[in-house]
Design a protein around this ligand. Structure first.
Ligand code: ZN
Length: 378
């Protein structure tokens, strides 16, 4: 029987980046993600049998499944969401222009990002294997030369974790996070399994001083995940038809899901572009980041040292890092820094005179909705 998690998901209190008609669109797309985020019979059976399947057979099954997916070439653009967003934006702006009297600043919102930044960019890596962990430092060096720090999510019960590498990453200013339990795809198959693993997951969080979690294969259940003792979760995405657990929240901003700050990834994964599709990851990342910039959004990327395994792939990643480093008005931040800022923004309010009070008042700013989506609505 396919498990319906819909009722449970409803129990999570959510607070989105914006209120008004745009907030309703964000909520509708999030709820749609919750309804969709269920594994099919086929995938449940697959994850149960997976430990017995040889690697070549797993890869063949994956390839034949992906070949069966028919996606438009711009599948990484959340078109449904954008069309709803632009309608809602017009509605919000009109509601204010017809409200009568002199509107001081139209529909005022707290800009999503601090310090006059226009977009946020966060580079993250899920480490799937011991070979990936061994490669981490060479990828980190590519970033370091460009002044970039990133986040590295470890699987705590899968491969031996070399503390020397972890400490070196930390010394370079990088962040360490936790990537599930053992990456067997079963974490969300049954509540009983999830409950038996949540203790060790939280312990790993303490052991590695991690403030963030990302679920393997981005499987998710927002209600169950309230048991995570982490500051943020990064297991949602705006759009990604290549994931076994379908869905997509459409929005490219963080939001509050119960006690967790949710940081969606919004740039397609290296594996999808480089391995599954064999297209230029650089071109796709740059194009998507342009869109995110026009939405004042969060560009969050997941790559894997496991797949950045050839000079050619590393060069492609390096080119994108160079692009990111050269972007004006970006906030290049660690996920934990973004989560911490987001809590400050959520706890701040716009006063009647248009000033900002609360923990975000120093670094934050009040802007009008049309200015926030300026280049998107043009
Ligand atoms: Zn993974």
């Amino acid at each position: 029987m396919i498990q319906s998690n819909w009722g449970e998901h409803h129990m999570v209190d959510t607070e989105f980046a914006f209120s008004g008609a745009i907030g309703q669109v964000l909520r509708a797309h999030f709820e749609r993600d919750c309804r969709s985020a269920v594994l099919s019979h086929v995938f449940r059976a697959y994850y149960l049998m997976r430990p017995c399947l040889p690697a070549f057979l797993r890869q063949r099954l994956q390839r034949s499944r992906n070949a069966g997916l028919s996606c438009p070439s711009d599948w990484y653009i959340p078109v449904d969401f954008l069309s709803d967003l632009s309608e809602a934006l017009a509605q919000d702006v009109n509601a204010h222009s017809t409200a009568g009297g002199v509107q001081m600043s139209g529909h005022s919102v707290i800009h999503p990002w601090p310090d006059e930044c226009q977009l946020a960019v966060s580079l993250t890596h899920d480490i799937e294997t011991q070979a990936g962990l061994r490669r981490a430092l060479s990828i980190a060096k590519i970033e370091q030369e460009l002044g970039i720090r990133s986040a590295w999510y470890l699987v705590p019960h899968c491969y031996p974790i070399d503390l020397g590498i972890i400490n070196e990453l930390r010394a370079m200013g990088h962040e360490i996070g936790i990537h599930g339990y053992n990456h067997d795809g079963r974490l969300f198959i049954a509540k009983k399994i999830f409950d038996s693993r949540i203790g060790p997951i939280n312990e790993a969080g303490i052991r590695y001083q991690a403030s963030g979690f990302r679920s393997p294969m981005v499987h998710r259940n927002m209600q169950w995940m309230q048991a995570l003792e982490f500051d943020y979760d990064a297991s949602c995405f705006d759009v990604d038809p290549f994931q076994a657990m379908p869905g997509g929240i459409g929005g490219v901003w963080p939001f509050m899901a119960g006690k967790l700050v949710e940081l969606p990834y919004t740039l397609p994964q290296d594996h999808t572009l480089m391995v599954t599709l064999g297209v230029s990851a650089y071109d796709v990342w740059v194009k998507k980041l342009d869109l995110i910039k026009s939405l004042s959004g969060l560009g969050m990327l997941i790559t894997h040292p496991d797949y950045l395994d050839s000079p050619q792939r590393q060069q492609e990643y390096q080119r994108f890092c160079e692009h990111v480093a050269s972007l004006p008005h970006k906030w290049l931040a660690l996920p934990r820094e973004i989560a911490s800022w987001w809590r400050q923004r959520q706890a701040s309010t716009i006063q009647a005179d248009g000033t900002l009070t609360g923990p975000a008042s120093e670094r934050g700013r009040v802007v009008s909705l049309p200015s926030l989506f300026g280049s998107f609505s043009e």
